[in-house]
Ligand binder design. Structure first.
Ligand code: SAM
Length: 310
């Protein structure tokens, strides 16, 4: 077995590899490859949980990468984790990855569209019952759907299968994920993420670090999922798991409706699903103004509203 010894982030190596396999970066798949080796290393390292660095982690460490590209970050993940599953949509990259990851025996590359995967079944098949850390330089065209799909795979009442998500995204998206409730950047995705965990911006990555260069700046953001599910952060929730999961589903619907028509008051934005009277009474119970807009409500307040609107 050959050990790969070239720098996968050197622009000349990237060009050489793409030419060898008759490939060019595909805009449609959001292919912007990293050409500064420090960046995939830092992203991969920051995805590793603290207890693994201080040696107090008894469980095996599993990583899921979405979009390995040429394998630059995958090689770091291979060195840091016990097992890595890397899902790549582009069939043309598979033989290339077989070459660049030939010596990474703990990596499995899967040629699939991540959006078509049944995530819980896939994780079970790849890693059994163990906890997983997601790490990726995400294609920009599909960042939010991928993140939502990862979060949807968790049951709010249970400890998450995916413990953390460390992703390189457009800075605008990173800012949105970390925005406080009521701020301009706060959106449906912010509130939905907050039902699952806490988001933190780790560092910025300028456009010059990619080939081809994107038009926008990027940042690495990390979502740490609540270790025991949503009961970790909201008191007084139903003790029955199925009731709690249904309640959080309802809160997500309210978030989606509330932000769907951002300029409208919540009473008007929810009119397709709830009567004016019901929403007004629920807001009053929660000591919220009758003309409040959805964008002013925190994730916790959406859950409280869902409790009222049964
Ligand atoms: N990880 C590499 C890097 O950092 O240089 C490549 C990152 S590039 C921004 C995004 C990668 O995601 C590409 O390899 C692209 O083919 C892949 N990709 C795009 N859409 C995908 C999807 N739906 N499922 C899986 N992979 C996808």
């Amino acid at each position: 077995m050959e050990t790969w010894d070239k720098n996968l982030c050197s622009p000349s190596v990237v060009r050489e590899l793409l030419a060898k396999y008759h490939l060019a970066p595909k805009k449609g798949f959001g292919q912007n490859f990293l050409i500064n080796s420090r960046i995939p290393q830092e992203i991969a390292e920051s995805s590793v949980p603290e207890e693994a660095w201080n040696g107090s982690c008894a469980q095996p460490l599993y990583a899921l990468e979405i979009g390995p590209g040429l394998g630059a970050m995958t090689r770091h993940l291979s060195a840091l984790y016990d097992r890595v599953a890397a899902v790549e949509i582009d069939r043309g990259l598979i033989p290339l990855l077989e070459e660049t990851l030939a010596d990474c025996t703990n990596v499995q590359v899967i040629n699939e569209d991540f959006m078509k995967l049944d995530v819980p079944g896939f994780l079970e098949q790849q890693f059994g019952g163990g906890a997983v850390h997601v790490c990726a330089n995400l294609p920009y065209y599909i960042t939010t759907p991928i993140l939502m799909k990862l979060l949807e795979a968790q049951k709010p009442s249970q400890p998450p299968r995916i413990q953390s998500v460390t992703i390189l995204v457009q800075t605008e998206v990173a800012d949105r994920l970390c925005a406080p409730a009521g701020s301009v950047a706060y959106g449906a995705i912010t509130a939905a993420v907050r039902l699952a965990g806490t988001a933190k911006k780790l560092f910025s990555v300028s456009a010059g670090n990619f080939l081809p260069q994107p038009k926008v700046a990027s940042s690495v953001v990390q979502v740490q999922l609540y270790p025991n599910g949503i009961r970790d952060v909201i008191d007084g929730l139903p003790s029955d798991d199925a009731t709690l999961d249904a309640l959080i589903e309802r809160a997500k619907e309210l978030i989606s409706l509330g932000f769907g028509q951002r300029r409208k008051t919540l009473v008007n934005a929810l009119a397709s699903a709830y009567t004016r009277e019901a929403v007004t009474a629920a807001l009053e119970k929660l000591n919220l103004r009758a003309d409040i807009r959805g964008e002013k409500l925190s994730a916790e307040q959406f859950v409280a509203l869902a409790c009222q609107l049964t």
